[in-house]
Design a protein around this ligand. Structure first.
Ligand code: FES
Length: 569
């Protein structure tokens, strides 16, 4: 371990003749800590997004205790503190409205306090990116420990994944192929434990990407939430953060352009969530790295999709752990990675995955026998999305990836809710469902409304997929031929605002195109006449959000939080 030349950051709070230097130590004594507990030791914050309103993070207090053990073992002084938590099921209108607020809470809690290093505890979809964004901005040594996936669901012997199979069975209920009694029984069978959704949804994707970025210990992503080995990994993170503090290894040393390339390739190899694109762009922005959508598409074309997990494949996160987890996956894709990238192990990515092997070749495929020759996500452009839109081809219907159809337009989510099951709705299976006013400003907060429900009358005819387009996001657990993040969004004057019922839309994923087949002059005329929705907030955080939110291709961060804003004239 390197010998420190500088005093710990925390000493600036204590080595001062001011009264408060003395009082801060009195405050430790008030909590029952004697001088040997803190004197001369690095102070380690345990930044905890535990909350009973966030069921995925409900076990993080237990993980915090394991982290504390590790910190004590390695000679540090651990102090746990709470930050905002973002529970995907409970928060309205959407957790995404609050991701940046949580990241600010994380950054300011770290920078304002006498902390030499931080272990970040998160799990549910937005909590992991918010922790990474805040820690990147604070730039104090940090390791993330995610909460791990839930146990597999099981209903009448069928293994189920939340919430891919919740969505699938909800369609079956609407199609009247299962009963209300079946649906009630399913409710206790699908989310069986704490932990995050156990398909390759946003939470699992961000956990995998955290490992590939080098911000989590090897193996972190896939250990089930209630497996004792997650406690052991948390304890190890408590020991390792002391080494990072001694080495002075900060997030800005780890979050380099090649680390982001490793993360993007991992995202494609796992068939990960569309949301991860927005989050990675935002995290990169916090360390002054510009990640254009073209980088995601370039790497998609040269990264095979090799992880066989729902919603794009068959297995669940618990199976992934038994197959070797992210280290085995990264081992399988090693020729595509920069193995020299630094990680929180203090060593290179190559060192941290050395010897990792797949124990299930049907789940972690080789680069020579992929599930698909290209990556799990594609970036589309065209007259309907000049600044980009995203589709997950691996979770789409192959026969719809090149498709022309009539637009059936919904003004917003309420309009869609009111009319989607109307027996008189003029809709055919080959139509394209379009919903606008669901982006960062229009939602507001860019809710996960992109997985538009299919009209009940088509479900009853046996239709299970249609092309759907919006400026919303989509849950990483969802599936289907769903185009999301159309940018710029309609509420900011984007071209979705110009679409009318009956217009023809062309989707061509192989050519990465998304076009409205209407003359440009006519589109311009319609856009000039399109009404802008009223401002959703006049005060408070919502007002701040609408004043400073960036579009999806810029990661939906606030303009004043990106690193370059620090250096602006
Ligand atoms: Fe928390 Fe899915 S609801 S990860």
């Amino acid at each position: 371990m390197a010998i420190r030349e500088k005093p710990y950051r925390s000493r600036a709070w204590f080595d001062t003749p001011e009264l408060y230097g003395w009082l801060r130590q009195a405050a430790f004594r008030a909590q029952g800590f004697g001088e040997p507990a803190y004197e001369g030791r690095p102070l380690i914050g345990i930044c905890n997004s535990w909350s009973e309103l966030t069921h995925c993070n409900a076990h993080l207090r237990q993980l915090a205790e394991a982290v504390k053990r590790g910190v004590w073992q390695a000679g540090g002084f651990p102090l746990e503190f709470p930050v905002m938590s973002l529970g995907e099921y409970n928060m309205r209108p959407t957790t995404m409205l609050y991701r940046n607020l949580m990241s600010m809470d994380v950054e300011e809690s770290i920078t304002a306090n006498p902390l030499d290093g931080v272990v970040l505890l998160g799990g549910c979809d937005k909590t992991t990116p918010a922790l990474l964004m805040g820690a990147a901005s604070a730039d104090v040594p940090a390791i993330i420990v995610t909460g791990g996936p839930q146990l597999k669901g099981n209903w009448r012997g069928e293994e189920l994944g939340s919430c891919t199979d919740c969505r699938r069975y909800h369609q079956e209920l609407r199609a009247e192929r299962i009963t209300e009694e079946d649906w009630a029984e399913l409710q206790s069978c699908i989310v069986r434990s704490p932990g995050h959704c156990m398909v390759m949804g946003t939470a699992s994707t961000m956990a995998a990407v955290s490992e590939a970025l080098g911000m989590a210990l090897p193996g972190n992503a896939a250990i089930p939430a209630v497996d004792s080995r997650r406690l052991q990994l948390s304890e190890a993170a408590g020991r390792q953060i002391i080494r990072l503090v001694e080495q002075g290894l900060r997030p800005s040393d780890i979050l380099t352009p090649t680390a982001f390339d490793n993360a993007i390739r991992t995202l494609h190899a796992v068939g990960g969530s569309t949301n991860a694109i927005v989050h990675l762009v935002a995290i990169a922005g916090r360390v002054g790295i510009d990640l254009p959508l073209s980088r995601f598409d370039d790497l998609s074309r040269t990264t095979p999709f090799i992880l066989n997990l729902k919603p794009s494949g068959e297995f669940l996160m618990e199976d992934f752990y038994y197959a070797g987890g992210v280290p085995a996956l990264l081992g399988a894709m090693a020729p595509l990675l920069d193995l020299e990238a630094k990680t929180v192990t203090g060593d290179s990515l190559g060192d941290s995955i050395a010897g990792a092997q797949s124990h299930n070749p049907a789940l972690i495929r080789s680069l020579d026998e992929p599930l698909d020759a290209e990556g799990g996500l594609a970036v589309l452009r065209g007259s309907l999305a000049p600044d980009g839109a995203i589709i997950k081809p691996t979770a789409a219907s192959p026969d719809l990836l090149q498709h022309r159809g009539r637009a059936v337009v919904f003004e917003d989510h309420d309009d869609m809710d009111r009319r989607i099951d109307d027996p008189d709705l003029d809709v055919r299976p080959d139509d394209v469902l379009v919903m606008r006013n669901a982006g960062p400003l229009g939602g507001p907060g860019m809710p996960e409304w992109g997985f538009l429900p299919l009209p009940k009358k088509l479900l009853q005819q046996g239709i299970r997929d249609m092309v759907r387009i919006s400026d919303a996001r989509m849950s990483g657990t969802a599936f289907g031929t769903v185009v999301v993040h159309a940018t710029p969004e309609s509420a900011a004057g984007g071209p979705l605002a110009a679409v009318r019922n009956g217009d023809v839309i062309e989707l061509n994923v192989p050519e990465r195109r998304l076009d409205l087949l209407v003359e440009p002059a006519e589109m311009a005329r319609r856009l000039a006449a399109a009404p802008r929705p009223p401002a959703p907030y006049r005060r408070g955080y919502g007002w701040l959000f609408t004043q400073h939110i960036l579009q999806a291709d810029k990661g939906c961060d606030f303009d004043f939080l990106r690193a370059e804003a620090l250096h602006a004239e």
